[in-house]
Structures are given as structure tokens and as C-alpha cells.
Design a binder for this molecule. Structure first.
Ligand code: HEM
Length: 293
């Protein structure tokens, strides 16, 4: 089976579990990987994620994404704390290695200052995701693993790439301020840690039906993430230039952009080739992208 070959790792302690890790198609880790493949492809192909990977993300939008993550991980980690002694989740409780809330608080302090809490709010799509996490944690805790898997395994997989992209695109300091979310100080080897996590998921005592419900819930978690991405994409399109990282000044969104001397001058040659918008406003973002990238 592809993805099942486990390199036995030496040493002692929890990593010894890995040498016992034999993979079978009915293992939860395999069912999740196979059962969420399509969702993963779809998530990778959302506009927001594609733009992010190309470094096309403005600071204001990155800040909003950090806010969404803050509310999501606050809910997730609250529910994981609640279920830390529940056998359906306890083996996957790794607060020191994985929990992101504190890292996100640091990022929000960096972006919004000490009064960060008063300056942020939970978006609609994020609220739906948060509500579902709380429901699961309180009423169907056997499904909590699906939410933890979808986020932390993803973070440990693509995080390093995204960290570099964000650092470069937003010109963030090399001291990693603003991107603490992507830094797992207590995971020295992400690949090994993911194997440990898979082994722990497979050791949960679950019947076939519960495993199927967990896979279904993981696909649901992917959908919540995609809804948050789509919402961010929408916000990105409607941000004024001023909000977009001190770019071009905001415009009132009315009238013909070609009659605005500032833009005609500012956009210069790209103006000639750009598809001219009917009006300013939301389509300014598209024009700025044309002129900046
Ligand atoms: C930026 C676009 C993305 C890229 C390039 C990417 C890339 C990858 C790669 C290469 C792996 C395999 C790592 C391995 O087997 O060790 C992986 C795994 C994973 N990713 Fe992503 N990913 C992206 C977005 C996402 C998103 C948006 C989510 C969910 C919110 C996600 C969740 C996961 C999960 C849960 C796994 C673990 C799969 C498993 O081994 O069971 N990824 N990703």
C-alpha cells in the first residue's frame, strides 16, 4: 500500500510505538487519507489557496486569515482539552507539540497590537466551523479526531512551504514574527511525528461504522475550511486599496476609473493592456494585482 511503508525509528519513549506500526486498509489513518483525497484536491485548488501559494496575498487578507485560524484553533483546542481524558481522543492529545492558539495570539499581537482582542471578530464562515467543532466536542467526541487530523496533519505537511511564502510575500521579519502559527517548536521531525499520530489514530478502539463517520466528518472539516477560504477570497476582492497594505488610495467605487488621473498615472503601461473595468470599487483589487505582479 502506498503510504504505508513505515521506517522504523530508533530511540526510546513514544517513538518506539512506530516500529510496531503495520498498516492495513482498514486502519483509520489509511481510511482518512484515501477518503479525503478528493477534498484535499479541492481545497488545494481554491482560489485563495492558489493565490497564497503564488505569494499573491495582501497583508490585510493574511491578517484576516490569521483571525479565522485563531477562532478555529481556540474552539478546537478548547474541545480537545475537554476530551483529554476521554479514550476516544486521549491518545491524540498533544498540547505541547501541536496546540496553536498561543502561537496565534502572538501573531495577532504582532499584527494588531496589544488591543488585538477588541479589533478582531469571527467571520460568518468561521463561526459555522467553530459551532460544528463545539458540537462535536460536546456531543459526538468520537468525531473530534477528524477535526484534529484535518488541521494538524495539514499544518505539519504544508506549513513550512506556506511559512516561506508568507514571509516573502509580506516582507515579514526573519525573526518569524507574524508567522508563529507555522512554527512547531516542539516537533523536531514533522514526518516522524505524523507517523506517530497515524499510529495513535490506528490504535483507537473503533468499530467500522464509527471509522466511516470519522471520515465523513473529516470531509466536512475540509468543506468548512474551503468555505472559510472562499469567504477570504471574497473579502480580498472587496478590500479597498488603502486596506490592502498601504497600496493605492481608496476610491469611492463610483464612476469611470479611466477618468481618475491618479490611477491613469499610477498604473502607467499596464493600464493599456489591462481589461478596463466599468467602475472602481471591488474590481480595483484585480487591477492592482495586474500592476503589482
Ligand atoms: C496549500 C495547498 C496545500 C498543499 C500544497 C498541500 C500539500 C500536502 C502534502 C504534500 C501532503 C502529504 C504529506 C505527507 O504525506 O507527509 C499533505 C497532507 C495533508 N494535507 Fe495538505 N496541502 C495543502 C492544503 C491543505 C489544506 C487546505 C488542508 C486542510 C485544511 C490540508 C490537509 C492535509 C492533511 C489532513 C494531510 C494529511 C494526509 C494524510 O497523510 O493522511 N492540506 N498536504
Amino acid at each position: 500500500l502506498v503510504g504505508c511503508s513505515v521506517q522504523p525509528v530508533g530511540g526510546s519513549g513514544v517513538f518506539e510505538e512506530l516500529s510496531l506500526f503495520a498498516c492495513s486498509p482498514t486502519d483509520l489513518s489509511e481510511l482518512l487519507k484515501e477518503g479525503t483525497k478528493e477534498s484535499h484536491d479541492r481545497a488545494e485548488n481554491t482560489q485563495f489557496v492558489k493565490d497564497f501559494l503564488k505569494g499573491r496575498i495582501k497583508k490585510e487578507l493574511f491578517k484576516r486569515a490569521t483571525v479565522a485560524l485563531y477562532f478555529t484553533y481556540s474552539a478546537l483546542e478548547e474541545e480537545m482539552d475537554r476530551n483529554k481524558d476521554n479514550p476516544v481522543f486521549a491518545p491524540l492529545y498533544f498540547p505541547v507539540e501541536l496546540h496553536r492558539r498561543e502561537a496565534l495570539v502572538k501573531d495577532l499581537k504582532y499584527f494588531y497590537g496589544e488591543g488585538w482582542k477588541e479589533k478582531i471578530q469571527c467571520s460568518e464562515a468561521t463561526q459555522h466551523y467553530v459551532d460544528r467543532i463545539h458540537h462535536v466536542g460536546q456531543h459526538e467526541p468520537e468525531l473530534l479526531v477528524a477535526h484534529a487530523y484535518t488541521r494538524y496533519m495539514g499544518d505539519l505537511s504544508g506549513g513550512q512551504v506556506l511559512k516561506k511564502v508568507a514571509q516573502r510575500a509580506l516582507k515579514l521579519p526573519s525573526t518569524e514574527e507574524g508567522i508563529q502559527f507555522y512554527v512547531f517548536d516542539n516537533v523536531s521531525n514533522a514526518q516522524q511525528f505524523k507517523q506517530l499520530y497515524r499510529a495513535r489514530m490506528n490504535a483507537l478502539d473503533l468499530d467500522k461504522n464509527t471509522k466511516e463517520r470519522i471520515v465523513e466528518e473529516a470531509n466536512r472539516a475540509f468543506r468548512f475550511n474551503m468555505q472559510v477560504f472562499d469567504e477570504l477570497d471574497e473579502i480580498g476582492r472587496s478590500l479597498t486599496e488603502e486596506a490592502q497594505d498601504g497600496g493605492l488610495p481608496a476610491h469611492d467605487g463610483k464612476g469611470d476609473l479611466r477618468k481618475c488621473p491618479y490611477y491613469a498615472d499610477k498604473l502607467g503601461r499596464s493600464w493599456a493592456t489591462a481589461e478596463l473595468p466599468q467602475a472602481c470599487g471591488t474590481r480595483l483589487a484585480a487591477l492592482t494585482v495586474l500592476s503589482v505582479f
